[in-house]
Ligand binder design. Structure first.
Ligand SMILES: [Zn+2]
Length: 381
């Protein structure tokens, strides 16, 4: 005979895989900044509430830490080495874009790394078919090969998220305008965005920005003159304001050479023309450069009036809107993929270096503390 078993209690029914307890949850997607527990079940966010009493298979004590949506870095070179995605995941990066490391000739190399990465990664194809070259990707205009790029995208539609056009004088020389025109020709046939690497171009900004459409991305937005986004008297160029109004995104891309100089950063921040997204321009040597890691790059504008919450928005919800692969991420909404980054916000004296060896001193810096990807804690070792 069968005994009448008691029904499951509420606590048993709500048993979770993981609860991140007691952290300061900052989720700009819902304007939340408060002490909360984050419960995860089946690889998705199940609850964000104070004092969740249910049991969980695993618990992370997040007291004293920030708990934020998994960080999304839209300008990296993670696809250059198999270690890239692994190292970035430990820095809290749960989604990445490889921004033009390769063109049509070797796109399979970066795609293979994106496919094997634990976190979602996608690639921008360099309009220069040989990818990044020390002598300049498109100094020889024949390398900006529309047919080759189109064929590569057609064969890898699900992994190629856009087209990268590097336009600096040491990359494209006098070809900058025509290189961008060709990049748009490729992108428009697939409805994809173009990301331009601006700064130190031969063509003036208004001429180049004329070619940008809604959804495109300007990376290295803090690049110093010549051809910065700001004029000598401290005004953002009208063509730049117009581009933002029609839906062009502006991205930081810290990088190592020529992209970031504190005086230009200060002048641009003063105008209120703030970036939509942070990004690192990450390479495997980044821990030894001024980049260090994504949370370090996110800390650099705290001294220019940006709040921690505003910085987190630019590494979570904002980048999630740019590329479809991330559209359901960048948030801790119930039902979203359970990608969560734990950060430490330390107070003290921190030096931040630009790309010209100038340093500024900050009073706060974010450090990576732990990463949860699809509901599973990543070992940091
Ligand atoms: Zn780059």
């Amino acid at each position: 005979m069968f005994a009448c078993a008691p029904g499951p209690t509420a606590a048993q029914a709500a048993r979770y895989d993981l609860i991140i307890r007691g952290g300061r949850v900052i989720d700009p997607s819902v304007r939340l900044d408060a002490i909360r527990d984050v419960a995860i079940a089946g690889g998705r966010i199940a609850a964000v509430e104070p004092g969740i009493t249910s049991a969980a298979a695993e618990t992370i004590d997040a007291r004293g830490k920030l708990v934020v949506p998994g960080l999304i870095d839209i300008h990296t070179h993670a696809g250059r080495s198999a270690d890239g995605p692994v190292l970035m995941l430990k820095d809290g990066v749960t989604g990445w874009i490889d921004a033009g490391s390769q063109g049509a000739d070797h796109i399979a190399d970066v795609i293979a790394i994106a496919r094997s990465a634990a976190q979602p990664g996608r690639v921008l194809i360099n309009i220069g078919r040989a990818g990044i070259l020390p002598d300049g990707d498109t100094m020889d205009l024949r390398r900006a090969d529309v047919a080759a790029a189109r064929a590569a995208i057609a064969a890898n539609r699900e992994m190629i998220a856009g087209v990268k056009a590097r336009l600096s004088r040491d990359v494209a020389g006098e070809n900058d305008y025509e290189v961008l025109r060709r990049a748009q020709e490729v992108a428009s046939s697939f409805g994809l965005p173009v990301m331009i690497h601006m700064g130190q171009t031969i063509s003036p900004i208004p001429r180049l920005f004329d070619l940008l459409k809604r959804g495109d991305i300007v990376t290295h937005m803090f690049a110093p003159p010549p051809n910065s986004i700001i004029d000598d008297s401290g005004h953002i160029l009208p063509a730049v304001l117009a581009a933002r109004r029609r839906g062009v995104w502006f991205d930081v891309a810290n990088g190592q050479t020529g992209h970031l100089r504190w005086d230009t950063v200060e002048a641009i921040m003063k105008t209120g023309f703030w970036p939509d997204t942070f990004s690192t321009d990450w390479n495997t040597n980044s821990p030894q450069t001024g980049v260090v890691d994504f949370p370090n790059c996110m800390s650099k504008l705290l001294g220019y009036g940006m709040t921690v919450s505003e910085a987190i928005a630019r590494a979570t919800i904002n980048p999630s809107r740019i590329f479809p692969v991330f559209n359901d991420r960048g948030t801790l909404n119930v039902g979203a993929p359970a990608d969560v980054t734990l950060l430490e916000l330390r107070q003290g004296t921190f030096e931040f270096v630009d790309n010209f060896k100038n340093t500024i001193t900050g009073r706060e810096r974010l450090f990576p503390s732990a990463t949860v990807l699809a509901g599973k804690r990543i070992a940091r070792t």
